[in-house]
Design a protein around this ligand. Sequence first.
Ligand SMILES: NC(=O)c1ccc[n+]([C@@H]2O[C@H](COP(=O)([O-])OP(=O)(O)OC[C@H]3O[C@@H](n4cnc5c(N)ncnc54)[C@H](OP(=O)(O)O)[C@@H]3O)[C@@H](O)[C@H]2O)c1
Length: 218
Amino acid sequence: MPEPKTIGILGAGRVGTALARLALAAGYEVRVATARPGAEIALLLEIMAPGARPDTAEALVAASDIVILALPLSKYRSLRSEQLAGKVVIDVMNYWAPTDGTILEFEGEASSSEVVQRHLAGARLVRSFNHLGYHEIEQRSRPSGDPERRALALAGNDAQARAVVAGFIDRLGYDPVDAGPLSASRRFGVGTPLFGADFGHAEMAGLLSGGQALEGVE
Ligand SMILES: NC(=O)c1ccc[n+]([C@@H]2O[C@H](COP(=O)([O-])OP(=O)(O)OC[C@H]3O[C@@H](n4cnc5c(N)ncnc54)[C@H](OP(=O)(O)O)[C@@H]3O)[C@@H](O)[C@H]2O)c1
């Protein structure tokens, strides 16, 4: 696949704007959309992510090589499956009942990303960035080879999409650790030892292969 050039971010909150700034700094073209018309987030982007282009969700998805889902998980059903079919999509969303409310489909064994993938059946979904706090996204970014470089896990059912996302993670200043299929994202969801923890590549790879960090298990 050609090297991604344009990153589309759905959501202009804490995570969406931090990822937009980091992606801009890494040389990507960045578009951002929310549920509101693009003109309504133009000022916010000028302040929070200068250089990012406000857009509609539809135009953003069409123009982007990678689409990032940085909206509240409770809104995932508003995502249009037919628009995202065939796209490399990064799911950074987490299920957090105190803010999302109790949502039965996220209370089962499957990770939230497996539920989102069922809704976005044709999308090439990869879960990542979900286990990193928004305030750390720029702060913990490090160049390749830096001994303090932090690792980020990724999981998805499409191997080519995982490779594309791994390249994006690397360019944003993190060591990607490929956990394999989307079901493996249960190992770095909310409540797992990996969630929010700061590990280097070797430690994270060991934890992901050791099978001790299942979602919902403290
Ligand atoms: N906060 C963290 O540290 C953190 C870390 C990892 C992952 N996450 C996950 O990342 C996601 C975003 O978290 P956040 O803290 O950035 O939330 P946030 O600050 O509340 O921002 C959410 C953004 O999503 C937009 N939005 C709402 N409905 C939308 C829709 N249908 N389509 C497109 N955009 C929509 C909102 O726009 P309006 O303002 O117009 O509603 C807002 O810009 C959540 O799923 C969260 O679980 C958060």
